[in-house]
Design a protein around this ligand. Structure first.
Ligand code: PLP
Length: 389
């Protein structure tokens, strides 16, 4: 057999920390390596595989559209794009009237930052400590972690960071110079920290007073992950711009910014993307909405997520500091570094993610079977117990 790992190590840029496994196929919430070993997938394509792997309906939708038309820039109208825009806005929280389509999470953040600056004529962007919004220069400027930011200084000017879930500084930090505040509803990469209703409401009120926009980054929380189609739907708060990506295209790269009614129609020419709104991605994304509906995946994420979190809380281990999450976006903060536990879980057949240095993160496909989650619980308890002595 070819040594794929060696080949990648020889030719790839080197920017990714790698795990010692070559994944060659997948079905539902199971991934299979080059030796035929199966894994329960709790990485979930880092949030891009809410529907699981190679869902037969996704495969059919992609194959069908690929044979008709793959590419069509937005200078032309297109049947798939029109159908998708209509369906997405019908499924979105109330108050969103238009959409800009792009190809990734970081692109959706870049677009939202540009739209907020253009709309308000202001430059200030207020983000949150521990927040993660992507790695291109604008999104990186909103991202908090020094590890991602410092090699690329100077970043885009006029970005600042407030403490997440702390209302005490909002009046001084969100001002008449602020174009927008950008927040995640559950901070993902930062450690799986859900937002508090009080903080979100206070930010919205302060944005309204100061004339600033509210951008909500649902790149990781979107498309059913937290038990609602979008995590902001857990709250009675309206965002002005909603950034989405990851599971949006069912595995096909896609991103978007939903525009609240306040924004109106944007000025022609201020932004654009060659691949944005291509018919292949739009056909895939339309099927994603259908499948989420048909298979009740939001409800499934809520029910399975609650049960999974309860079971994790019931693990009696002195190594666990806290279990946090919303739906099937779950973090287990340990009192130790998490990397060795992730490695052990992989050896036992479970793929999981870190969030920060000490939090184990689970983003399983929402189609995961209950028996698979039970097995994950057993193995998490086992790897923790092995290290307690
Ligand atoms: N925003 C959030 C909340 C994310 O979790 C991520 C990626 O993990 C991004 C933005 C960036 O998305 P992408 O990797 O598609 O550029």
């Amino acid at each position: 057999m070819m040594d794929y790992a060696n080949i990648e190590d020889q030719y790839s840029s080197g920017v990714y920390a790698k795990r010692d496994v070559t994944i060659v196929s997948g079905h539902s919430a199971t991934l299979v390596d080059a030796d035929g070993k199966e894994y329960i997938d709790c990485v979930g394509g880092q949030g891009a595989a809410n529907l699981g792997h190679s869902h037969p309906k996704m495969v059919a939708a992609i194959q069908k559209q690929a044979a008709v038309l793959i590419n069509c820039p937005e200078m032309f109208y297109n049947d798939q794009r029109a159908g998708y825009m209509q369906a997405l806005l019908a499924a979105a929280p109330e108050g969103f009237e238009r959409v800009f389509l792009c190809n990734s999470g970081t692109e959706s953040i870049e677009a939202a930052i540009k739209f907020a600056r253009a709309f308000t004529g202001r430059s200030g962007i207020v983000a949150a400590k521990r927040g993660f919004h992507g790695r291109t220069m604008g999104a990186l400027s909103a991202t908090w972690n020094k590890k991602y930011r410092e090699p690329f200084m100077p970043l885009v000017p006029d970005f600042s960071h407030i403490s997440f879930n702390d209302v005490s500084t909002l009046d001084q930090e969100i001002t008449e110079d602020t174009a927008a505040v950008i927040l995640e509803i559950v901070q993902g990469e930062g450690g799986v920290y859900p937002i508090s209703a009080e903080f979100l409401k206070a930010v919205r009120e302060r944005c309204d007073q100061a004339g600033a926009l509210l951008i909500i980054d649902e790149v990781q929380t979107g498309f059913g992950r937290t038990g609602k189609l979008f995590a902001i739907q857990h709250f009675d708060v309206q965002a002005d711009l909603l950034c989405i990506a990851k599971s949006m295209g069912g595995g096909i790269p896609m991103g978007a910014v939903l525009l609240g009614e306040k924004l109106g129609v944007l000025q022609t020419g201020i932004h654009g993307s060659t691949f944005g709104g291509n018919p292949l991605a739009c056909a895939a994304a339309l099927e994603v909405l259908n499948i989420i509906n048909e298979e009740n995946l939001c409800e499934r994420a809520a029910i399975l997520g609650n049960k999974f979190q309860e079971q994790l809380r019931a693990i009696e281990s002195p190594l666990i500091r806290e279990v946090r999450g919303l739906g099937l976006m779950v973090g287990v903060e340990l009192k130790q570094k998490v990397a060795p536990y992730i490695k052990k879980l992989m050896e036992k057949g479970v793929l999981a993610l870190p969030a920060g240095l000490t939090t184990l993160r689970f983003l399983p496909p929402l189609v995961i079977e209950e028996a698979q989650l039970d097995q994950v619980i057993r193995l998490v308890a086992e790897v923790l117990a092995e290290n307690e002595s």
